[in-house]
Design a protein around this ligand. Sequence first.
Ligand code: WT7
Length: 644
Amino acid sequence: MFVNQNHLFVMSIQIKSLAEYQASYKKSVEDPEGFWAEIADHFTWIKKWDHVLHNDMVTPDIRWFEGAQLNITENCLDRHIADKGDQIALLWEPNEVTDQPRSFTYRQLLEEVCKCANALKALGVQKGDRVCFYMPMIPEVAIGILACARIGATHSVVFAGFSSNALADRIKDAQAKIVMCSDYNRRGPKTIPVKAVVDEALSLGCDSVSHVLVNQTTGGDIAWDADRDVWWHDLVDKQDTTCKPEAMDAEDPLFVLYTSGSTGKPKGVVHTTAGYMVYTCYTFLNVFQYQQGDVYWCTADVGWVTGHSYIIYGPLLAGATTLMFEGVPGYPDIGRFWQVIDKYKVNQFYTAPTALRALMAAGWDEPDKYDFGSIKVLGSVGEPINEEAWRWYDAKIGRGKAPIVDTWWQTENGGIMISSLPGITDTKPCFAAYPQPGVQPVILDQNGAVVHDNNVEGLLCIKYPWPGMIRTTYGDHERCRTTYFAPYKGYYFTGDAAKRDEDGRYRIIGRVDDVINVSGHRIGTAEVEDAINQHPEIVESAVIGFPHDIKGQGIYAFVKSTKEVTDPEGMKKEIFEMVTKHIGPIAKPDVIQFVAQLPKTRSGKIMRRILRKIAENQYDQIGDISTLINPESVEEIKLGAIHL
Ligand code: WT7
């Protein structure tokens, strides 16, 4: 008798009722190792583990499924071939409505991945080498990522909106051997020169890079270095369609992904193989309640962790059909997202609040024109979803019939940590709600003591390891320890504050550190300040987040110049250029205020708390300024403040 293996796999690990959620949660706390071993058992292993967990949240030294060997692509691709080799794994909708969509069955995707893996080998890539990606949302980015995993190379994807400087920093930090890119990137009405940015980054001393593998998208003119640059169609297309998956140790790195923190330059979050695999697949199946045959669409960019875990790995591990969209929500018109849902009969739709707010503002009733009968689950990620956007999403896209999952997690977490389960637990606007099995959140007070009651607010930490968690920061383990594990001993510190309501649901309040969340993009205020301060006429600056209707948070920069600013508009333009050059357009301030002095303490520290209240237009909450060395600065800044 033909047994559908994938169906069995899904059946055996997916939570299907409230009682099952409660039982799984209970077991995951009482016997975490037994709990995760049972789930992991359903995957394909070259060799099973010796120990489920080595738990040291102090050093930290976290190891899951130690002793095991596996290849994640065997689980994403090969294992599905018998059952669903001809089922669509990846659907691709191009930027232009007039261009041809593309699709890959599981069998075709496996072949493409093998070809690309062989091409990487031909370029000299070996197990453990880093490969950097600077690519648009095209199928080849997924193929390339999986090709790395196939041969044990560590991928490091850089969002293609970052500047050449930011790209160069990341290439150098990871010592990448290869950069994969495209010639151009089509995004809405724009055509962005991608290869030119890579060329510029490589001119900034990226000595580790031997080759650039270039995928042709538009065929537009580009500069070419014959010793270094290789066309995808010249090299990949002629490769063999099989490639033996490399046997990876459970804790071998799978990828590095750079993210911003409150200090210094972005850090490379390192995820390893086995734990990440088990965690992304498990959370994907539960949070989206994916059923065989469904079409699932996550609108994130692969340059962020959401794209890694919930466009590529989670869905493919689960044997799903995952849709990738090249374009932007408003092109060619504000109905594009809705048209795509209707066209592909999308069943699960996962997007960011900032996109919802922009689309809601541009066309409140626009979704009414489309058929959303297929929609079963709606997801939100990246920042708190405000109640108005939640209600609109529910009414206009879900038509009141599709539960919304507000999924809270971070780059460092690997996968979704807190979220309702659709049709299983309740949902409540503004609440991410319930921890996933295996996740033990705690709320700490300002002294670091655990608050046990409900109806409390404080710092959100995680008390016990989960398989998808960060293992280290690339090349600097101490930074990992001091950022996440040293602040509250024995806990992973998230950097977020949260509330727990009377029924144990969590509501995320936002960051408590100097990280701001602009349109779901995580930006360190220190990075923006560093960029602004590069301007020869700027002495210092302070960058603060403020509430913004569409972006969630906007960027407010208080800037002190060496001399009186006679041409503020010209100066602002120069500041925009500095920020765009060093980080990218996403970090451009929404407001720039030139100030004579910044409020400082006696020890010379800028009083950000005060600037925050000014930026937020909450003058009555500025509080005591008597400890400042220059209290008069506050009045001056208030007079010149700009509120959009
Ligand atoms: C920060 C992590 C991993 C998803 C993409 C962002 C904020 C994320 C939510 C949510 C409220 C959220 C937090 C978190 N955040 N999801 N559902 N509700 N806040 O990943 O770039 O690593 O940012 O995004 O502040 O710490 P990231």
